[in-house]
Design a protein around this ligand. Structure first.
Ligand SMILES: Nc1ncnc2c1ncn2[C@@H]1O[C@H](COP(=O)(O)OP(=O)(O)OP(=O)(O)O)[C@@H](O)[C@H]1O
Ligand SMILES: [Mg+2]
Length: 438
């Protein structure tokens, strides 16, 4: 493994003293390796900028250990901090360009004087860097004559011109539209990959998450390894599926889980879906859609067992009809469609209300078509809507025939609805996968 460019252990940080003391970073542990692009996400006030400024030696570390580019920053003298800072390029939200200077002169500021290089050498490297960020035509413009995206690219050129070992960027795309934001990070990435520069980038911008090698999440000053574990789990699961695309494996895996384990798995899977939705470059992975699809089926069957029902099925809702997606003998059934508003599932889809029925054949809304096709005899039923994140009913989940012969009760309804909410996230991911047909 490459050596760690940043090695943080047990890092705590607080602002203020006495009664006003407020701890903002708690026990941070992480390592960043040479050439890695790490994105830090997290809500406003969670400590992202504080962490970035500590790594950048812009602020003195108080507690724990923070080694940057081989140097322990905690307790370091200011001259030592300065030395580390010189090896780092910074990009801030407000690009901090000097208005009186041209783009080229601003970039030249990124080069240290007394480096033994001539003025003309500085000028040359600045021009090369501005060309690299696509501003060859704008070298002599002042910041006010440049667009936001162009200014941000000048800031990138300035941050990179001194060939830093590491680049720290705080919300570099915050003031940019989608297209220029994308361009800015792409430039950062390609320049950095070219030079082997390590990048630590703070962002709220979900649209650029896919440039990261790794995403870490700060919440209330705690750095979560959640995304890492999500990615690790996913790789694990993909690996498992790649080895055997056999549904039985997933069923077997789920079989061994107790209710809590199952809930956790469902939750992880839903979170994974979310993560992948964000990392759009990975979203068209076939293995992933196959995993979700298998997961959907396995989960639905597992739900039936968990809630002591004989069977469970799942319908997907489209504009005017429902399609049976998961059912006991789906393969032999072929495609089953039900018009929206008819049958129990169709009514749930149309109204968004849960329906519990003690005896379906006593209920005039019940459509016995599926029973006829399967030779099954439905008695009791619990039928709940599955909402997407915008609140639209997207699917309908059904439990059939409680095994003890009793009707489904309120507790069943609550538990089923809880599980099914996670399924909604999985569906939504599937729906958004390019080229995937639900
Ligand atoms: N110099 C300071 N003095 C006192 N408190 C500070 C100082 N700088 C930051 N804080 C506090 O520390 C917490 C973390 O701030 P920080 O700027 O690191 O958050 P952030 O995650 O970067 O937020 P945002 O996404 O809004 O930029 C906040 O509660 C903030 O009010
Ligand atoms: Mg900040």
């Amino acid at each position: 493994m490459a050596s760690a460019v940043v090695d943080i252990a047990g890092l705590n940080h607080a602002f203020g003293i006495g009664n006003l003391r407020k701890q903002v970073l708690f026990d941070i542990d992480t390592q960043i390796h040479a050439g890695e692009i790490i994105i830090v996400t997290g809500p406003s006030g969670s400590g992202k900028t504080t962490l970035l400024t500590l790594v950048g030696a812009l602020r003195a570390a108080q507690d724990g250990s923070i080694k940057v580019l081989g140097k322990e920053l905690r307790g370091a003298k200011s001259a030592e901090l300065e030395q580390v800072r010189r090896r780092i390029g910074f990009i801030f939200q407000q690009h901090n360009l000097l208005g009186a200077l041209t783009a080229r002169q601003n970039v030249e500021l990124g080069l240290r004087v007394n480096q033994g290089h001539s003025r003309s050498a500085h000028r040359k490297s600045s021009e090369t860097m501005l060309e690299a960020v696509g501003l060859a035509e704008r070298m002599d413009y002042k910041p006010e004559q440049l667009s936001g995206g162009q200014r941000q690219r000048v800031a990138i050129a300035r941050a990179l011109v001194g060939r830093p070992d590491m680049l720290l960027a705080d919300e570099p795309t915050a003031s940019l539209d989608r297209k220029s934001g994308r361009e800015v990070v792409e430039r950062m990435r390609s320049l950095a990959k070219h030079e082997g520069t390590t990048i630590l980038l703070v962002t709220h911008d979900n649209r650029i998450l896919d440039i990261a090698d790794r995403i870490v999440h700060l919440e209330d000053g705690h750095l979560s390894t959640f995304t890492e574990s999500v990615i690790a789990n996913n790789e694990l699961m993909m690996g498992m599926l790649a080895k055997s695309r056999n549904k039985q494996d997933l069923d077997g895996l789920l079989e061994g889980l107790d209710e809590q384990g199952f809930e956790q798995m469902l939750h992880d899977m839903a979170e994974e879906s979310r993560g992948f939705l964000q990392a759009t470059s990975m979203a068209n992975d076939l293995a992933f859609s196959s995993m979700l699809e298998q997961g959907l089926t396995a989960f639905t069957h597992r739900l039936a067992r968990l809630l002591n029902a004989d069977r469970a099925s799942l319908f997907l809702v489209s504009k005017d009809h429902l399609t049976l997606k998961v059912a006991h003998d789906l393969e032999s059934l072929g495609t089953i469609r039900i018009p929206l508003g008819t049958g129990i599932a169709g009514t749930v889809a149309a109204t968004g209300e849960t329906i519990r029925i003690d005896d379906c054949y006593e209920d005039e809304r019940f459509n016995p078509e599926v029973d006829r096709a399967t030779g099954y005899r439905t008695r009791s039923m619990l039928c709940v809507p599955v909402h997407d994140t915008r609140g639209k009913v997207f699917a309908v989940a059904q439990l059939l025939n409680r095994l003890d012969g009793e009707p489904f009760d309120e507790q069943d309804e609550r538990r089923f609805a809880g599980f099914v909410a996670s399924l909604g996230v999985i569906f939504e991911t599937l729906e958004q996968l390019p080229g995937y047909q639900l």
